[in-house]
Design a protein around this ligand. Sequence first.
Ligand SMILES: [Zn+2]
Length: 286
Amino acid sequence: MDHITCPVCGNPSKLKFKLKFNIYKCPTCGLYTSDAGFDFSFKSSLEEGPREIGLKQLRFDNFETIVKALEEAKPGQITGLEIGTGNGWWLKVCQDGGIDCIGIEPETSHQAYHKANRLNVRYGFYPEVDVKTKNGYDFIIFNDVFEHIKDIDELLSALKADLADDGVLVINLPMSDGFFYRTAILLNRFGISSFLTRMWQFNFHSPHMNYFNQKNLKMLLTKHGFKNTADMALKSVNFSTVKERISSDSSVNKFKAGVLTSGIALLKPVIESSKPDTRVFFFIKE
Ligand SMILES: [Zn+2]
């Protein structure tokens, strides 16, 4: 196929890159969409150990930023739902901060951590897993998950029903106008496609389906009757742990990992002066 329908604005989205999966770009709203599928075997080229060291501090810092903003938006006792809990770190930060949040997660690979920390996790896919509450949730959050979901229209209808009338929808995701994504596109033009493949997580069992920017994400949510109340940049790379992040990808050999690590360290000033790679958005129902 040389084009598909853009899931945000409905215009034809043109074939832009042919990697393991095709990537399309909408000339109207700028959304990038892939035709990747979800691999239910749950096997990917990812080693959990080193990845965990690289990401943990960064994620905890970002989650604390989000918790602070959420507490300002909704003072008092609040109840939340996290879709795609993964390792359970968001639920852990909520638990430490006295916020009541339950999680939904299709995989059971982090079950030991969930159990050890007494985190409230239901296993399965949203919205099939029944997590209904009487008046809806005060907040529903996606942490690096929203970009993995194929049918975003169906998802947003379900979310609207599960969110309280004055609830907050929080979406934290990577940006297509951030430094890393733009660098990956540039490298792909020079014939190096591995970075772009990595950005889309095409070698992982749950690749990205869409890559948003500020404008098209807000357009999508507006279409579904949500209003953007705030958005802010999050930290995306902690240079002290960049080596662990790169070496956690088993498809990158040790030599290449070393070269990449030094390359990224050299680019540090450039990265810090460009657009944020990760942002968090807050929406309420209109
Ligand atoms: Zn579009």
